[in-house]
Ligand binder design. Structure first.
Ligand SMILES: Cc1cc2nc3c(=O)[nH]c(=O)nc-3n(C[C@H](O)[C@H](O)[C@H](O)COP(=O)(O)OP(=O)(O)OC[C@H]3O[C@@H](n4cnc5c(N)ncnc54)[C@H](O)[C@@H]3O)c2cc1C
Length: 402
């Protein structure tokens, strides 16, 4: 390993997007360090793949999150088309199934109509023209949403970064980072290197890495495990596009409820459930990481988060959804009454994380933090949708602070 100006830790879509933007917009000598032998192994390889221009996330016009979402989804869609990457451009429906939800849908409509995205209000009959098997009293429809496959996008971004001479160290785990007067020293399982600046894009591990440099110590993170199901091959025609329930309060920001997603490979995934995970990569049902559990429960932020009545209600709902298939199925049936147990089978698991402040709040906006000689993407929002716009934004920040 050799020394560089800048090291990016994390080969998910955010780390690689930042690498591309630094390579294309600056003269710095950049490297990227990823512990796995492949890119996009964790969150970036295990998500719903929906480009959200705003609807299901209930974005507030004028916020930074809304800007990242709208600009990000347009840019990522154009990128996929230009590079011939898998994309399914079938739009998204946000569905209300009863009177109370119609009221909620109306308030989403009032909020998002100023976002500048194309939306139309559908009554139940119009909804069934788009989705004959979905039952709802009303829906909001946008053609500005799409589904993508994050892994090939990440590899394409990596090619752009490689063209700009970014060095990739794959299969290399960062074990310790220290700051001194002359730079940041990175100890990995393959050797050490020194850099002038560190960019932390370590996903669910980002808060832990920031703490090693004494940054963002007021925050802690808690990992969440999402289990997906998928429609069996012979029942995929139950859903044509992407169907989301309108979420009723209480809700955690960015939590979107059980939804149906038709991916570019034509699989229809359903879910996810959302339970506190017992580790950052504990995808198996019985896996746990004692050190991570200890970290989670030793944080007072976590107890403030878990102690709020809203969180308790959400946790109880999610616990039932996770461990009782019939409860999960009830959530599905609310939108697609015809679905039954034999129509869905267990699919993959994804683990994301919430970053909690000292009040135990998740917060609605991205959380970035900056230290001397370091930038930290603690939690980018709204996810992969915003990876090109946030990647460019962070690359500018790093260049200015370098
Ligand atoms: C279940 C689920 C569904 C989602 N659905 C959507 C969606 O539909 N639309 C959307 O916009 N977003 C969605 N997201 C969010 C989106 O997937 C993430 O925001 C995005 O993938 C995060 O990318 P990242 O690069 O920050 O993290 P990651 O992809 O997790 O990458 C971080 C990388 O850092 C590496 N790393 C960590 N520690 C070290 C270390 N010490 N040394 C070296 N490398 C290290 C890890 O191996 C990993 O590869 C979803 C997420 C999940 C989990």
């Amino acid at each position: 390993m050799t020394d560089h100006d800048i090291a990016i830790v994390g080969g998910g879509i955010f780390g690689v997007s930042i690498a591309k933007h630094l390579a294309e917009g600056t003269e710095h000598d950049v490297c990227l360090i990823e512990k796995e032998y492949q890119l996009a192994t964790h969150q970036s390889g295990r998500n719903s793949g929906v480009l959200h221009p705003g609807l299901a996330l209930d974005l507030e016009p004028g916020t930074r999150k809304a800007e990242f979402a709208i600009e990000g989804s347009r840019r990522l869609r154009d990128y996929c088309i230009e590079r011939d990457l898998p994309i399914r451009d079938t739009g998204l429906l946000l569905v209300a199934t009863n009177e109370a939800e119609v009221g909620q849908l109306q308030s989403v409509h009032d909020r998002v109509r100023d976002l500048g995205i194309d939306i139309e209000w559908l009554d139940g009959e119009e909804l069934s023209e788009y989705e004959p098997n979905v039952r709802g009293q009303a829906a909001l429809h946008t053609l500005d949403a799409a589904t993508v496959d994050t892994k090939p996008i990440t590899y394409e971004l990596a090619k752009d970064a490689r063209r700009g001479d970014v060095e990739f160290y794959l299969g290399t785990e960062v074990q310790q980072v220290d700051r001194s007067q002359d730079g940041i020293h990175i100890l990995t399982d393959k050797g050490t290197l020194s850099v002038d600046y560190l960019v932390n894009a370590a996903g669910t591990a980002a808060v832990h890495l920031a703490h090693e440099l004494g940054v963002a110590e007021e925050y802690s993170s808690v990992p969440f495990r999402g289990q997906y199901y998928e429609l069996t091959t012979n029942r995929r025609d139950l859903i044509r596009t992407n169907v989301y329930p309108v979420s009723m309060p209480p809700r955690v920001p960015n939590q979107v409820g059980v939804h149906f997603t038709r991916r570019p490979d034509n699989k229809v995934i359903v879910g996810p459930t959302g339970m506190i995970a017992l580790g950052l990569d504990t995808y198996g049902v019985t896996q746990f990481d004692l050190e991570e559990v200890r970290r989670t429960v030793s944080s007072s932020n976590f107890w403030r988060f878990i102690g709020s009545p809203d969180t308790m209600r959400i946790a109880w709902r999610e616990l039932n959804k996770t461990y009782r298939k019939e409860v999960f199925l009830d959530h599905c049936k609310k939108l697609v009454p015809e679905i039954d147990e034999s129509d869905i089978s267990r699919s993959y698991v994804g683990i994301s994380h919430y970053v909690l402040d000292q009040q135990g709040q998740v917060g609605d906006e991205s959380r970035f933090a900056y230290g001397e000689r370091s930038s930290h993407i603690l939690r980018p929002k709204p996810g992969l949708t915003s990876s090109l716009s946030i990647g460019e934004y962070i690359a500018h920040e790093v260049d200015n602070r370098f």
